[in-house]
Design a binder for this molecule. Structure first.
Ligand code: SF4
Length: 327
């Protein structure tokens, strides 16, 4: 066992990251190993990323009515969840939401829309107008999550002042068909490659606790490594009534921490941002996400579920002796 601890520390501290077998072993550790694991992941995070925390915030700019059938998603076509559904909001509302995000302490603001891909030129231009105004009037980094964008659409948004493109793979290639039948995993992979090719900072991760195995979690991590994504958002399922996964058991706080730790050890130099489902899955252990390797989190509300007040997150970060990265 000593060999295992030495190897994962060296592989992560050296910058290459641990391999799939050790990643699986991290996910199989007993709870008694938590503090030893956090000792390693905390060292790796501090070495590569320091003590600055990146706070992100989003607006659900177009909600529901999606053509896709992702099992976990309350906006999918097979969801019966009681959520608000509306078309793309106006530029003014996006700018107002960005101002509020900055006031909450967010460094980055993402405009998120439901749907497989935003293809309508009018909608893209509306988002482009909002991105430009947010850059000029609010002064906060912008991100979009608009589905499987093409490279030229990303290039257009970058020309309006965009920094990042978010597009999750959600889960492993192997598990994906059990979660979504309306499009192919490769479409999502192509979108990630297209955003990278266009020159965007690419934020790409997934959701955990939707019925996938530990091997699926490692497989996703290795795919993210192949794609050289810049930032890895980590969501934990908050089962919404009316979705196919509504009865699924929540992850334990320990399972969440080992997932973050595994990702930190596989991707020593990348951002790892803990997003949806943090409060309900980690409960009182939320503050440990940073020791497990997270470099950021999402403040404010999620797409269709509420987050806790942003002041609580800012206080947690300061109480831990960490600092908010300035805009
Ligand atoms: S995750 Fe995205 S593509 Fe899948 S159903 Fe939800 S909004 Fe649609």
């Amino acid at each position: 066992m000593e060999g295992f601890w030495n190897r994962i520390r060296e592989d992560a501290m050296g910058g290459t990251g641990i391999g799939p077998e050790d990643a699986l072993a991290v996910l199989s550790l007993p709870q008694a190993a938590l503090w030893r694991l956090l000792d390693v992941t905390e060292s790796v995070r501090r070495r590569f990323k320091g003590d600055g925390v990146r706070l992100c915030s989003i607006v659900n700019a177009k909600s529901g009515l999606c053509s896709e059938d992702c099992s976990f998603c309350s906006q999918s076509r097979r969801s019966k969840a009681d959520i608000r559904k509306y078309p793309l909001i106006e530029v003014e509302e996006m700018v107002r939401a960005a101002r509020e995000a900055k006031q909450r302490g967010a460094r980055e603001f993402s405009i998120v829309s439901s749907g497989l891909a935003m293809r309508d030129r009018g909608e893209l231009e509306r988002v482009g107008n909002a991105v430009e105004r947010i850059r000029d009037e609010v002064g906060i980094e912008t991100c979009v999550s608009l589905g499987t964008l093409r490279s030229d659409d990303v290039a257009y948004l970058l020309s309006r002042g965009l920094r990042s493109v978010h597009h999750n793979l959600e889960t492993s290639r192997s598990f994906f068909p059990s979660m979504c039948s309306t499009h192919d995993y490769e479409e999502d992979v192509r979108a990630v490659r297209a955003a990278k090719a266009a020159g965007a900072w690419v934020c790409c991760g997934g959701i955990f606790g939707i019925g996938e195995t530990a091997a699926d979690r490692v497989e996703l991590s290795m795919t993210l490594r192949e794609l050289c994504v810049d930032s890895i958002p980590v969501n934990f399922l908050n089962p919404v009534p009316g979705t196919p996964v509504e009865g699924i058991d929540r992850l334990t706080p320990f399972a969440c921490l080992t997932i973050i730790a595994m990702l930190r050890l596989c991707h020593p130099g990348r951002e790892i941002i803990v997003c949806g489902g943090r409060e309900v899955n980690l409960r009182d252990l939320q503050g440990l996400i940073f020791a497990a390797g997270a470099t950021g989190t999402m403040a404010g509300n999620y797409l269709t579920t509420a987050g806790r007040p942003a002041e609580d997150d800012v206080r947690m970060i300061r109480d831990l002796g960490l600092s908010l990265l300035p805009v």
